[in-house]
Design a protein. Sequence first.
Length: 194
Amino acid sequence: MATAIELYRKAYDLDYRKGDWQQAEELYKEIVEKFPYSDEKEYALVHMERIEKLRANPHDQRLQPIRGSGSSVNGFNVVNFALILIVAVATGFMGFFFWQQRKHNDYHEFILKGLLSERIGNYTAAGTLYKQAQNTLPGEGLAYRFLAELYLDKKQYKLADIESKRWELASPYDEGLGEFKMRLRSTQGPSSED
C-alpha cells in the first residue's frame, strides 16, 4: 500500500508534469479518503479545488498547471541566466586583471625610458618619465627611488629629500632607502633647485 507522500508525488507528477489532471484528481481523492489526518490531504484539497475550477473554465491560463516542458524551459532560463552572470563576472575580473597588467607594463616602460633618457643626459625627460610612472602606479616605490637619485645627482637636495620621503611611503622596507638617506645627508649642501 502506498503512503500519502507517495500518492501525492504520483498525483502531482500526473497533474503538473504530464498534464493528466483527471487521473491526478483520482489520486488526490484517494489521499483525502485514506489519509484524512495527513499534510498531503490538505495539499490534495487545494489541488482538487483548482481542478474543479479548471473543469468549469478549461481555458483559464491561471488554473493550468505548468507542464514539464514549461518548467524545463524555466529551468533552462535560470541556468542560462546563471551562466551569463558567471561569464559577465569572469569577464569583469579578466578585464580588471588585464587593465592592471597594462598599468604595470606602462609603469615599467616609463621607468625604462626614464633610465635611457638619464643615460643619454636628458635629465628633464627622465624626470618627466619617472613622474609619469609615479602617476601610473603611485604605490610602487621604484619611480620614487629613481627620481630621488636623479635629484641627488643634480644636487637638488630638497627635491631629493621630498622624493625619498615619498619613496619611503611607497616602499618602507626597501633596503636601498637607508643607504640613500645616508648619502643625501652626507652630500647635502646649498640647493641648486630650479
